[in-house]
Design a protein around this ligand. Structure first.
Ligand SMILES: CC/C=C\CC(=O)SCCNC(=O)CCNC(=O)[C@H](O)C(C)(C)COP(=O)(O)OP(=O)(O)OC[C@H]1O[C@@H](n2cnc3c(N)ncnc32)[C@H](O)[C@@H]1OP(=O)(O)O
Length: 291
C-alpha cells in the first residue's frame, strides 16, 4: 500500500495538479478510500517517522527521526507525506504536533546531498516532494503545531511556518530562518510567501535579502515563532496549546485555514500573471531592438 501511495505521489504532474487535488477532490477522494484509513492506536509509520496518536484527545504527535539532522531527502519527504495523509484521512485526528527526535535539531532543511549531482528526473521528484510536503501541511484540515526543539534552518523553517503555531526551545544555541541566500540559493517564491504570511513583508524582505538565521529570542520578536519555552517543555506545551486550539469549533478553524490558503492561491495566480506579463514585455523589448 505504501509503495502504491509513493508511486501516486511521484506521478502527480506538478504544482498545478497538486493544488487542484488538494483544494478539491484529492482530500475528499482520499477520505473515501477505506484502505488508507490510519490505525487509531499508536503506530510507527516508517523508520524515519514515528506517529503517536492519542485517540481520546484526537491529537497525533509526529516525531521526525531521520539521523543525524532530519534533513529532508526525497525518501524522508515521502514518508512525511504518507504519514500526514494517513492522519488527514482519519477524521478522529484533529490536531497534529510535529517535532524532532534528533538532539539539537528540528530539521536541517532540504537534504543538500539529495539536491547535488542527481539526475534531472531525481531533481523533479525531489522538488515535487518538497512542494507536496508544503501543500499538505499548509492545506491541512488539522490544527498543526510545530514543537521546534532545535535548530531549524531553511526548509526546516519552512516546515515550521506551514503550521498554525510554533513553539521553540529557548536555547540561544539554536537558530531558525530562511538562510538560503547565504548558501547562494534563491528561496522559491512559495518559501517567501509563506514567510510573508508569517512575519509580514518587511521582515521577510530583510530575512531573505540577508539570509538571516534568528536566535529564538529574535524569532519571537519578529513573530517567526509564537512562544519560547524551556527545552524540556516544548512538547508538553505544544500538546497543552493544542487543547486550546481544539476547543474552538472545528468549522471555524477549517474556514480560517481555507481563507489563508485561498489568499495564497490568489497570490499564485497574480504571480503567474505577472511573470507572463514580464515575458511578453521582454519579448516586445527584444522585438523593438531588432528593428
Ligand atoms: C531553493 C531552496 C533551497 C534550499 C532550501 C534548503 O533547505 S537548503 C538546506 C539548508 N540547510 C542548512 O543550511 C543547514 C546546514 N546545517 C547546519 O546548519 C547544521 O548541520 C545544523 C542543522 C545546525 C546542525 O548542527 P550540528 O552541529 O548539530 O550538526 P553538524 O553540522 O555536525 O551536522 C551533522 C551531519 O549532518 C549533515 N547535514 C547537516 N545539514 C544537512 C543538510 N541540510 N543536508 C544534508 N546533510 C546535512 C552534516 O553534513 C553532518 O554530516 P557528517 O557526515 O556527520 O559530517
Amino acid at each position: 500500500m505504501k509503495m502504491a501511495l509513493r508511486a501516486c505521489l511521484r506521478t502527480k504532474p506538478g504544482l498545478t495538479a497538486l493544488l487542484s487535488q488538494l483544494s478539491c477532490s484529492g482530500h475528499a477522494a482520499a477520505r473515501r478510500a477505506p484502505a488508507l484509513v490510519a490505525q487509531r492506536s499508536s503506530s510507527s509509520t516508517s523508520q524515519k517517522i514515528k506517529v503517536d496518536f492519542d485517540q481520546s484527545s484526537g491529537v497525533a504527535v509526529m516525531h521526525m527521526q531521520s539521523p543525524p539532522v532530519n534533513s529532508l531527502s526525497l525518501e524522508f519527504l515521502t514518508d512525511v507525506c504518507i504519514a500526514l495523509e494517513k492522519l488527514e484521512m482519519d477524521k478522529s485526528c484533529r490536531g497534529l504536533v510535529v517535532t524532532s527526535s534528533q538532539p539539537k535539531v528540528f530539521s536541517a532543511g532540504l537534504d543538500i546531498l539529495d539536491m547535488y549531482g542527481k539526475s534531472p528526473e531525481h531533481c523533479a521528484e525531489f522538488w515535487k516532494a518538497v512542494q507536496e510536503m508544503w501543500l499538505k501541511f499548509y492545506g491541512s484540515n488539522m490544527i498543526t503545531i510545530a514543537a521546534v526543539n532545535g535548530s531549524s534552518p531553511a526548509g526546516g523553517c519552512l516546515l515550521s511556518m506551514t503550521c498554525d503555531y510554533r513553539i521553540m526551545a529557548d536555547n540561544p544555541r539554536y537558530s531558525i530562518g530562511l538562510n538560503e541566500t547565504k548558501l547562494g540559493i534563491v528561496a522559491p517564491f512559495w518559501f517567501k510567501d509563506t514567510m510573508v504570511n508569517t512575519v509580514g513583508h518587511r521582515a521577510t524582505e530583510m530575512a531573505l535579502q540577508l539570509g538571516l538565521l534568528y536566535s529564538p529570542a529574535e524569532a519571537l520578536k519578529i513573530g517567526l515563532v509564537d512562544q519560547l519555552v524551556h527545552e524540556d517543555q516544548v512538547l508538553t506545551t505544544a500538546t497543552e496549546t493544542m487543547t486550546k486550539w481544539l476547543a474552538i469549533p472545528g468549522i471555524l478553524n477549517i474556514s480560517y485555514t481555507c481563507h489563508f490558503f485561498h489568499l495564497w492561491c490568489c497570490n499564485l495566480v497574480c504571480t503567474i500573471c505577472s511573470c507572463v506579463c514580464q515575458v511578453i514585455a521582454a519579448k516586445k523589448i527584444h522585438l523593438s531592438q531588432d528593428f
